[in-house]
Ligand binder design. Structure first.
Ligand code: AMP
Ligand code: MG
Length: 339
């Protein structure tokens, strides 16, 4: 079941640490599969059989899609999206949690993260093979259907509704990161304290891989998907996510139009920032800030600094050349943890 056809793994990949000697190599269990139109990969150390955890994962993804997949016609999110204004929909506490996440991070990112962009993403053709500029009147119509203030809920009676017809949520910017956190919480409940969970390239890491830290490679942006390495870093008890403009885009008059859209204009972002990598405590935060800083570009660095976000922006400087621009906390982290 797809949550998104857009979210192919981008930006990050796990590197096995080749300094491991045969003797010190711990048993790393691994579970892999396909989810949300992309892949997942869970690695962990400890007394839990992959067979047992796969049972949990399969059920978790079924439930998550049933609630949040816009590609599943009978999902709760589709019911919410297609319901008329003021119609109250029965939802779970997790659905209300999702609405709270949207409101809180829309505010923190000064509106750059805005999942009510759903109809705008659609009209640019990013859910289809053919991407093209919409007619100005169509764009205006769908932009009028945006705004997180139209999202309402009542926690005591577990209902949610919209205050405007046509408001539709697109969860692609944060659902994979959020799902990674939820899987991580389950591993901890099962007393597994050393793991990495990668869902669609949004990665949550806890503890270490035996004597060594987990190592993540940050990709050098490239349209062809060659997976060339920009840098590799050690991470422990942190999450990492990358957003970029180099996989899903189309060209208009020679200019790259990315699948990340600026909520202020309804236009795909076109600046020279090719990718944003975020390190944060949760994969949810990393995923959201990655998308938000792709919208804001260099302008967003102050906001990231104020929020204590570790952010690395790769700015295109000509074919295959990138300038690294980063927040102070990212610079300190990289100095200590780059391989
Ligand atoms: P990511 O790859 O995590 O940056 O998420 C990008 C996806 O989020 C896009 O494919 C759209 O479906 C959606 N999206 C695009 N722009 C925004 C935005 N400004 N705020 C929230 N979601 C967005
Ligand atoms: Mg994101």
């Amino acid at each position: 079941m797809k949550l998104s056809v857009l979210s192919l793994v981008l930006g990050l990949f796990f590197i096995s640490c080749n300094k491991d000697s045969q003797l010190s190599k711990p048993t790393v269990h691994e579970i892999k599969g396909k989810i949300f139109g992309s892949t997942y990969n869970v690695k962990y150390l400890g007394e839990l059989t992959p067979g047992e955890f796969s049972v949990f994962l399969d059920q978790f993804f079924l439930d998550f899609n049933q609630e949040f997949s816009t590609y599943q016609s009978n999902s709760v999110i589709n019911l919410f999206n297609s319901s008329p204004a003021f119609k109250k929909i029965k939802v779970s506490t997790r659905f209300i949690e999702m609405l709270k996440i949207i409101k809180a991070f829309n505010q923190k990112t000064m509106g750059a993260f805005d999942p009510t962009l759903g109809p705008v993403v659609k009209i640019w053709g990013f859910y289809q093979a053919e991407k093209k500029r919409p007619r100005p009147d169509e764009l205006k119509r769908v932009r009028d259907q945006m705004g997180v203030d139209h999202l309402k809920w009542d926690e005591s009676s577990l209902v949610a509704w919209k205050t405007k017809n046509g408001v539709r949520l697109d969860l692609n910017a944060f659902a994979p990161g959020w799902a990674a956190d939820l899987v991580g919480e389950e591993l901890i409940r099962r007393k597994i304290n050393h793991f990495m969970v990668d869902i669609g390239g949004e990665i949550l890491v806890k503890g270490s891989k035996g004597e060594h830290n987990w190592v993540v490679g940050i990709e050098r942006p490239s349209v062809g998907g060659n997976h060339e390495l920009h840098t590799a870093i050690k991470i422990k008890d942190l999450s990492i996510a990358t957003s970029g403009n180099y996989r899903h885009f189309f060209l208009e008059s020679g200019q790259r139009k990315s699948h990340i859209i600026d909520p202020r204009t309804g236009e795909p972002v076109t600046h020279q920032i090719s990718s944003v990598t975020i390190l944060a405590e949760t994969a949810l935060e990393a995923d959201i800030w990655g998308t938000a800083l792709m919208v804001l570009g260099e302008e967003g660095l102050n906001l990231a600094e104020q929020n204590g976000i570790m952010a690395l922006l790769l700015k295109a400087q000509g074919p295959g050349k990138f300038q690294s621009i980063m927040t102070t906390s990212m610079s300190t982290y990289l100095k200590a943890n780059e391989l």
